[in-house]
Design a protein around this ligand. Structure first.
Ligand code: DQA
Length: 149
């Protein structure tokens, strides 16, 4: 069984650590990727990590995960609140999906309270900082079970 986990990051997350650090913290996306790879090795998950500012690229990575990856972790960033296209792509995936938001979107502007992606997510992790990605990987390891070799 596949142990591939595709970790997807939406627009502006390339600026993590530099943009609005009072909201998103000082860790960079490279730090997040390194932690995902470290924890992935521990949990025997093969991590594929991507970021894009382009909606179609995120959709293409979701399509690429079909029938190949065990699970998806996605922080769709601003596309969370706008993208039916990403929801439709995720609906065609089939495996577990964990939605992550670094900030607590429910404490912020009303337009951030709606997530199209939550309708398909197995779980949602909100407001736990960049640690949310590690929590998501641990949840996926629980959902897909141990590597029995
Ligand atoms: C975010 C929250 C979104 O509302 C925002 O557009 C982002 C990041 C988060 O991780 O807290 O870019 O997804």
């Amino acid at each position: 069984m596949s142990r591939i986990v595709v970790v997807l990051n939406g627009p502006n997350l390339n600026l993590l650590g530099k943009r609005e650090p009072e909201i998103y913290g000082r860790e960079t996306l490279a730090d997040v990727e390194a932690e995902c790879r470290r924890l992935g090795a521990e949990l025997k998950l093969a991590i594929e990590f991507h970021q894009s500012n382009r909606e179609y690229e995120i959709i293409d990575w979701i399509h690429g995960a079909r029938e190949r990856a065990a699970a998806i972790v996605i922080n769709p960033a601003a596309f969370t609140h706008t993208s039916v296209a990403i929801l439709d792509a995720l609906n065609a995936f089939g495996g577990p999906i964990i939605e992550v938001h670094i900030s607590n979107v429910h404490k912020r502007e009303a337009f951030r309270h709606l997530s199209f992606v939550s309708a398909v997510a197995s779980g949602v992790i909100v407001g736990c900082g960049t640690e949310g990605y590690a929590l998501a990987l641990r949840r996926i390891a629980t959902l897909i079970g141990e590597d029995k070799g």
